[in-house]
Write a protein that binds this ligand. Sequence first.
Ligand code: PAF
Length: 301
Amino acid sequence: MNIVIFGAGAIGSLFGALLSKNNSVVLVGRGPHISCIQENGLTVKGKTRLSVTVPAVESTKDISFTPDLILLTVKSYDTETASKQILNIIQDETMVLSLQNGLDNIERIEQIIEKNHILAGVSTHGTIFSKPGEITHTGKGKTILGELDGHQSKRLESIVHIFNEAGIDTQMSEDIVKEIWIKAIINSSINPLTAFFGCKNGYLLDNPLLEKIVECVCMESSLIASSEGITLSPSEMIEKTKEVIRDTALNYSSMLQSIQQGKKTEIDSMNGTLVRIGVDRHIDAPLNEILTQLITSLGSS
Ligand code: PAF
């Protein structure tokens, strides 16, 4: 398959490296990471260990094939810009798969790209951007993909097949919107708490006070999900979140990495969206509100 990874951050680079074994892959990104990959290839350390030579470019104008699949792995706040940038390489059969954190990405993509091209996915892999040209795979996670309307299409099967073939443990879902909500609830506690306390994911379970806060945030976020018709058991969500924390215990969350690198965080797409939905549905969301404010003030300080 001809695959463009649009957003060569840590997770995009991991998927790009793995998929490049059996497919034609081009990574699109910016700055020193791209120039290092061009010069010395891409190295993955940690749970996955490999070095690959893979084309990397800064602009879609430099892509010479017609993509079958564009994997969108940019930060949620870059979704509109990225969607505009990939418009010129989308052909009739091109699939655009959003594999991003946050609750509002599909809505944003749909404003720019025709809906029939779009699929969605979630992934719980833990990855760290170590240095330009190198990422570390800190926690093996699961990946779930689906068509927006839930049907099990041939094109979805083909992506699931190539992902599994590449060693990316992937399943199909008939309700990807629900999976996006599950991931958002998981992120709503792990990401802002680790970003605020500057700790690895695992510390959230080592510290009983933080573990309690994780549980309370999960309960509040699950309540907001049910107001949107996404019924999830709060106790199951707490268990799922703790499972991800255990699986990615050695990881620095993507939000903490953004803070450390002086970059904008995805707080608005994550907890910020939950707060906005809470306001619309008349549900109090004090924990999500405080976390949003804390991370926003951390980012601007
Ligand atoms: O955003 C992240 O960091 C990841 O979604 C996860 C699964 C919480 C692992 O750190």
